[in-house]
Design a protein. Structure first.
Ligand code: GDG
Length: 485
């Protein structure tokens, strides 16, 4: 199996002259990495770490995870100008805001598009070189590679190409402002299967193709035929790896986690802790969340001095002006709320704008009374699933945005509209006063859902569908051969 993703699952960095391995803050990596560990194969990605070149062999490959060597990581090198155009420019200033419709205007530059096309071609060439047969199974990941499926199809016509789009797909009007909408749709239709998190995103995609391309759409079978190529459009809600009993046994108890976290922030045992964990991104609704915390302290003053909100905000895309401005706004808002409601050592908002280890995040999940996910728009969102997986004590309350794909599966959370500050503030108060019995009932049910619909179910369904398509194609080829005789 070959996975193509922009982000690599393991980044080698120089720190004080020594090489350290870092796991990036990325929902895609969280979900796809366990699947690769189980299936083996090659993961092709941009080599972005300062020590990445020092750790690969002559073919730019390195076995990972370090010490386990379950699969190969093949690194692709980009110049600063290419990274600027393809990654920061077209992917993150164009496609990301275009698909999230979070009221940040997409930017489309001709030069970014040229880089995007060239880098997609470079990855396609690498796929062809890595393929060990003429019909490999290739998993193309995300909005960085919209052109890749058709480019691979041209060189490996028999390949099974499974493309998964990790972010939302907007309606045809919103998508229509992209100057290269036809090229992007044609690129994606090189896939055998094109997957989204929800039916709603599939429907938006099909309607977009209907609006801008000449194609035959079979709604009943959810297929699109463009030229002589048929693509199956399906929803595959992504998830996380459910922690094994051995993993859970190695975790510090909830009591110990709480003591450690409360000790770190100087909180008394009867204090209540709220938690947000995100990449520091404007789509995640961090601003709206902090406004809701402020409103809760205003509306329910009994929480002043008794409630602290910890926001982990892992640095991301800080090279972009939009992100730097956003991060400054959050910083300013946190300070203002702390000035308004803090006193002595009490600070209601603790903004931790740095990368955390998995262990540190897990400790926070286990220590929190409430986890708040208020994305303005999110393909799925895995933080809510990680919080649930971390709570083997069946306690803690999840507040979840209705605009995250996860809201469709996690109905036992307190579902909110993050744009409605009053509603989120009330949900916070409700979460903090929720009886233990109700917490247990909701959390136990959420845990059943996430355990059952874990990431292996996601990958398994997609690969099973791919298997059916391969079989069908083989049968059709055989029938054709007989006809030709
Ligand atoms: C995209 C889609 C979809 C966060 N801070 C740190 C850290 N994280 C980890 C979290 C979680 C991941 O990053 C974030 O996942 P999300 O799903 O919330 O979001 P995106 O990165 O935007 O992912 C999203 C996902 O793809 C999968 O399809 O759900 O909708 O936007 O795992 O724990 N990880 C580490 N340090 C941090 O400081 N190590």
């Amino acid at each position: 199996m070959i996975v193509v993703a922009n982000r690599e699952p393991y980044i080698h960095e120089y720190v004080d002259g020594a090489i350290v391995v870092k796991r990036p803050a990325s929902g895609l990596v969280t979900a796809v990495e366990p699947v690769m560990r189980a299936c083996s194969g090659t993961w092709i990605a941009h080599g972005s770490g300062s020590a990445d070149r020092a750790t690969v062999d002559r073919e730019d490959r390195v076995p990972v995870p370090p010490g386990e060597d379950a699969y190969l990581l093949r690194r692709i090198w980009l110049t600063d100008a290419e990274e600027q155009g393809y990654y920061y420019g077209f992917a993150n200033e164009g496609m990301w805001p275009l698909c999230h419709v979070a009221h940040v205007r997409p930017v489309f530059r001709e030069s970014d598009w040229q880089h995007y096309r060239a880098i997609n071609q470079r990855f396609a060439d690498a796929v062809v070189r890595e393929a060990r047969s003429d019909n490999p199974v290739i998993l193309v990941q995300d909005y960085h590679f919209a052109l890749l499926p058709a480019m691979i199809r041209e060189r490996l016509p028999k390949a099974t190409i499974l493309t998964f789009w990790h972010i939302p797909w907007p309606n045809p009007e919103s998508f229509g402002i992209c100057p290269w909408r036809r090229e992007i749709l044609q690129g994606l239709l090189g896939s055998t299967i094109l997957g989204f998190h929800t039916r709603f995103h599939c429907k938006n995609f099909i309607e977009t193709v209907d609006r801008y391309l000449e194609a035959r759409i079979e709604h009943e079978h959810s297929t699109i035929t463009h030229g002589d190529k048929e693509t199956f459009i399906e929803s595959y809600p992504i998830s996380i790896e459910w922690p094994s009993p051995a993993t859970v046994a190695a975790w510090p108890s909830v009591t110990v986690c709480r003591q450690q976290v409360f000790g770190r922030f100087g909180l008394s045992a009867d204090h209540c802790l709220g938690l947000g964990v995100d990449r520091f991104d404007y789509t995640k609704g961090i601003l709206e969340r902090l406004h809701a915390v402020e409103r809760m302290l205003e509306k329910y003053p009994q929480w002043v001095g008794r409630f602290t909100f910890v926001q982990v905000a892992a640095p991301t895309r800080s090279a972009l002006e939009e992100y730097r401005t956003f991060q400054q706004r959050i910083d300013g808002l946190s300070k203002r709320i702390n000035e308004r409601y803090g006193s002595g050592s009490y600070q209601p908002i603790r903004l931790l704008a740095e990368h955390h280890s998995h262990e540190a995040l897990n400790r926070l999940y286990r220590a929190a009374d409430v986890c708040v996910v208020t994305s303005l728009h999110d393909g799925m969102n895995l933080v809510c699933k990680e919080f649930v997986a971390a709570r083997d004590d069946d306690l803690g309350v999840l507040i979840l945005s209705r605009f995250a794909g996860a809201a469709r599966e996690m109905a036992e959370a307190l579902i909110v509209n993050p744009y409605h500050v009053e509603e989120t503030a009330d949900a916070l108060h409700r979460a903090l006063t929720m009886p233990v019995a109700e917490q247990r009932e909701r959390m136990a049910s959420l845990r059943v859902t996430v355990r059952e619909f874990n990431v292996f179910r996601w990958a398994g369904r997609m690969l099973a569908d791919a298997g059916r398509w391969r079989l069908r194609e083989r049968i059709e080829a055989r029938v054709q051969r007989h006809k030709d005789l």
